[in-house]
Design a protein around this ligand. Structure first.
Ligand code: ATP
Length: 291
């Protein structure tokens, strides 16, 4: 019996290793998928972008001939917070994809600190923006290294500071191996809210002037939501912030809220003026707060 068990046990080990490796390859492809398709122009420049102000000017964009964004213009002044809201499919994430140059708009221009992003090197663009994506990729490594990912020169003290600001310190203190705990495919599984806070810590560490928070669609319990809101407030201090929001609790304090419907801006203003206007924002707010 033992003779049979040993090879089976070994085969089980091999299977788990291969499955783990495949999961990593899948992750790698999902990362590669996010690498912008558009190459640097020979004349591309790398000015230092320190304010993170953003301007969309008459941006129109179609996928396969279907218009997704129609003449979208808005401005995010340095140090302020602009939020984009709207129904599912309104075009919110497309705004982020264009900002990262995953695609090029058919008309219009996007400027960071007054520089047209099509004239910038990919390196300069990536340095200027830190993103908290909807779905955070975690590697089979310690929490510490997962947070340090993207800022390899950050000291342990800097990582600790980012952990505190992202409100992860309490969570990490409960783990027996603390920040050395392995996470990812073969380690501890983090909840959606914890993963987003890891991404917030990464973004804080990166120190870019323009922050993009692409809120996850999955619902969170009120404790996780509160932790994210607090972390987000810390992250936004001293930065220019663009928030793509699904839960309107994230946008109440925005300097300006842009309401998108079928690729067009239909309303803009702050939370109170938009509620008063009793338009689409008021409708979205009422739907989310009726329970
Ligand atoms: P959600 O709130 O559900 O995340 P959204 O407002 O972010 O939605 P987008 O993801 O920007 O919406 O999508 C806008 C429209 O573009 C949708 O109708 C979507 O089906 C379409 N779309 C998105 N990506 C592609 C693609 N790669 N090819 C073709 N159409 C796409």
């Amino acid at each position: 019996m033992m003779q049979l068990f040993m090879p089976l046990n070994f085969l089980g080990f091999v299977y788990r290793e291969i499955r783990g490796a495949l999961a990593n390859i899948e992750r790698m492809f999902s990362l590669l998928d996010r690498v912008p398709m558009i190459e640097d122009k020979p004349s591309a420049t790398s000015p230092s972008l320190t304010q993170g102000s953003l301007r969309f000017e008459h941006i129109s964009f179609s996928y396969d001939g279907r218009k997704i964004l129609d003449d979208v213009s808005f401005e995010l002044p340095a140090g302020k917070k602009v939020a984009i809201v709207g129904d599912s499919g309104a075009g919110k994430s497309t705004i982020v994809k264009l900002l990262f140059r995953f695609y090029e708009a058919q008309s219009g221009h996007i400027y960071i600190d007054g520089e047209d992003i099509t004239q910038l090197s990919q390196h300069a663009l990536r340095q200027a923006i830190a993103i908290v994506p909807q779905d955070t990729v975690l590697f089979n490594d310690s929490l510490l290294e997962n947070i340090r990912y993207g800022s390899p020169n950050a000291t342990d003290e800097q990582v600790q500071g980012a952990i505190r600001m992202a409100h992860l310190a309490g969570f990490i203190a409960q783990l027996s191996d603390g920040w050395h705990t392995k996470v990812g495919e073969r380690g501890l599984k983090l909840s959606g809210g914890e993963k987003q806070r890891v991404a917030i810590a990464r973004a804080i560490l990166k120190g870019s002037p323009l922050l993009v928070f692409d809120e996850a669609t999955s619902s969170l319990d009120s404790h996780s939501e509160q932790a994210i809101l607090t972390a987000l407030k810390e992250m936004e201090k001293g930065h220019s912030s663009l928030v793509i929001a699904h839960r309107l609790s994230t946008v109440v304090d925005a300097d300006q809220i842009i309401v998108l419907s079928q690729g067009k801006i239909v309303e803009r203003g702050d939370h109170h003026s938009l509620l008063k206007a009793k338009g689409l924002y008021h409708k979205l707010w009422t739907v989310q707060h009726q329970y």
